[in-house]
Design a protein around this ligand. Structure first.
Ligand code: ADP
Ligand code: MG
Length: 376
C-alpha cells in the first residue's frame, strides 16, 4: 500500500519547488595557470563572489547565490550546509536530489565523491541515512526501514546500469502513482555503510577505468547514485512509504564546441549533452516559478529526476567553479546559470600575488619542449 506524499507538508505549509543553488570555488591550482595570471574569481561573502569583467578590466561582475562556499570550505562544511538538512526527508517518503554542476576540472567529483582523507557528499550522506535509520528504529517500534542503492550513468542519452555493466540502455517509465521507475535496473539492498562501500567503490572504479579508455567519457556522462529508503509499518494497515535520494555527478558543463572535440562535428556537439542543457532549462523554470510546463520530458536525466526535482522534492545544486583564467568562459557561463542576481561594479579586479613564474611564456615553452616547466 504505497502512500503518495502531498505537496503540503504536515503543517500544511506549501513548500516551494525552488532548487537551492550553492556555488563552490575550488582552491587555485598553479599548474592550471600556465601564464601565471593568478585567479580571476574570488569570494566576497557567504552569498557573493566577484569575477573580472573580460569586456572591461576596470570592472568586476558580482554575483549572488543562495550560498557561496569559498576555497577554504571543507567537505564537512559543504555537507552540513547543503546536504544534511535534506536527508531526514528521505525517511519520510519524500524525494531529494543533489547535483554537482560545473566545468571539468572545477571540483564536481571532489565535492560528490571526495577522497579517502576528504570524503565528499556521497559517503557522508549515506552514513547519515544509516545513522538516521538506526535512531528511528531505536526510538520507535511501529516502523521498520530498508535501505538500498542503484547506480547508473547517462551517456549520450543512454541509461546504463553501473552495477551490471553488461546491461543495455534501460527504459524510464512512470507508474500509476507518477513515480519514475527504471524496469531492469539493479537494486542492491544495503545493511550498513560498509555494505554500501563494498558495492559502490568497485562500480566507481569501473567507471573511471572505462573513462580513460573512452576519451574522457566521465566528463561527458552523468553518474547517478540512487539511495532508496522504504519505511514499512509493522502493524495494520501496514502502510509503506518510499523516499529517494539522488546524488549526481554531472557531465562537464564546458562548451564542447569551443573546447574542440575534434572528432565531433558542430551539429552533433549540441546533442552531446542534451540532458545537461535540459537540466538548466528545468532548474530555470522551477526557480522562475513560471506557470508554464517544466520540460522534464526533453531529456533522459530530467525525465529520470522528474519526481525528485521540483514539486515536493528537496533539491540542491552545487555549482563548482575554478579560479584560473583558462576556465574563465566556462565559469562565466556556469555563474550566469546559477546566479540569483548579478551586477557590474566599477572597480578593477585587484590581482593577488601568486607563486607565478617571472615569465609565464618562457615557462610554457619549456613545458612544451618537455622540460620540467612547472611554474616556480
Ligand atoms: P571535476 O570532477 O569537476 O572534473 P575534480 O573533482 O576532478 O573536478 O577536481 C579537479 C582537481 O581539483 C582534482 O585534482 C581535485 O582533487 C582538485 N580539487 C577540486 N576541488 C577541490 C577542493 N575544494 N579542494 C582541494 N582540491 C580540490
Ligand atoms: Mg569529475
Amino acid at each position: 500500500m504505497a502512500q503518495r506524499v502531498a505537496v503540503n507538508d504536515a503543517a500544511g505549509v506549501k513548500r516551494t519547488s525552488r532548487v537551492r543553488v550553492a556555488v563552490r570555488l575550488r582552491p587555485y591550482i598553479g599548474k592550471e595557470d600556465e601564464k601565471g595570471e593568478g585567479p580571476c574569481v574570488r569570494g566576497l561573502g557567504p552569498q557573493t563572489l566577484e569575477i573580472i569583467n573580460w569586456r572591461n578590466a576596470t570592472e568586476t561582475l558580482q554575483y549572488q547565490f543562495d550560498v557561496f562556499h569559498g576555497e577554504q570550505t571543507t567537505q564537512q562544511e559543504v555537507f552540513l550546509s547543503s546536504v544534511k538538512p535534506i536527508t531526514p526527508h528521505i525517511l519520510n517518503g519524500q524525494n531529494a536530489s543533489v547535483f554537482a554542476y560545473g566545468p571539468t576540472g572545477a571540483g564536481k567529483t571532489h565535492t560528490m565523491l571526495g577522497s579517502q582523507e576528504h570524503p565528499g557528499v556521497i559517503p557522508r550522506a549515506v552514513r547519515e541515512v544509516f545513522q538516521l535509520v538506526r535512531i528511528q528504529e531505536r526510538d520507535q517500534d511501529e516502523w521498520q526501514f530498508s535501505v538500498g542503492m542503484s547506480y547508473l550513468e547517462i551517456y549520450n542519452e543512454k541509461v546504463l546500469d553501473l552495477l551490471s555493466p553488461s546491461s543495455q540502455d534501460l527504459p524510464i517509465r512512470e507508474d500509476k502513482d507518477k513515480n519514475i521507475v527504471i524496469p531492469g535496473l539493479t537494486h542492491t539492498p544495503l545493511s550498513s555503510f560498509s555494505d554500501f562501500d563494498a558495492h559502490f567503490v568497485p562500480a566507481s572504479l569501473n567507471r573511471t577505468t572505462a573513462s580513460t579508455k573512452l576519451n574522457q567519457r566521465s566528463s561527458r556522462s552523468h553518474a547517478i547514485l540512487l539511495i532508496k529508503v522504504v519505511k514499512s509499518q509493522r502493524i495494520p494497515p501496514h502502510r509503506q512509504q518510499t523516499g529517494k535520494l539522488y546524488l549526481v555527478d554531472l557531465a562537464g558543463s564546458e562548451d564542447n564546441r569551443r573546447t574542440g572535440n575534434q572528432g565531433i562535428r558542430l551539429k552533433e556537439s549540441g546533442a552531446i549533452n542534451l540532458s545537461l542543457f535540459t537540466l538548466s532549462k528545468v532548474v530555470d523554470s522551477l526557480n522562475a516559478g513560471a506557470a508554464g510546463r517544466v520540460p522534464y520530458r526533453d531529456s533522459k536525466l530530467t525525465r529520470l529526476l522528474q519526481d525528485s526535482l521540483g514539486g515536493s522534492a528537496h533539491s540542491v545544486m552545487i555549482t563548482n567553479i575554478a579560479p584560473e583564467y583558462k576556465f574563465y568562459f566556462d565559469t562565466f557561463t556556469a555563474l550566469n546559470f546559477a546566479a540569483k542576481s548579478k551586477h557590474i561594479v566599477n572597480r578593477p579586479f585587484v590581482r593577488e600575488t601568486v607563486m607565478a613564474p617571472v615569465n609565464g611564456k618562457r615557462a610554457r615553452e619549456e613545458q612544451e619542449a618537455g622540460g620540467s616547466g612547472e611554474p616556480q
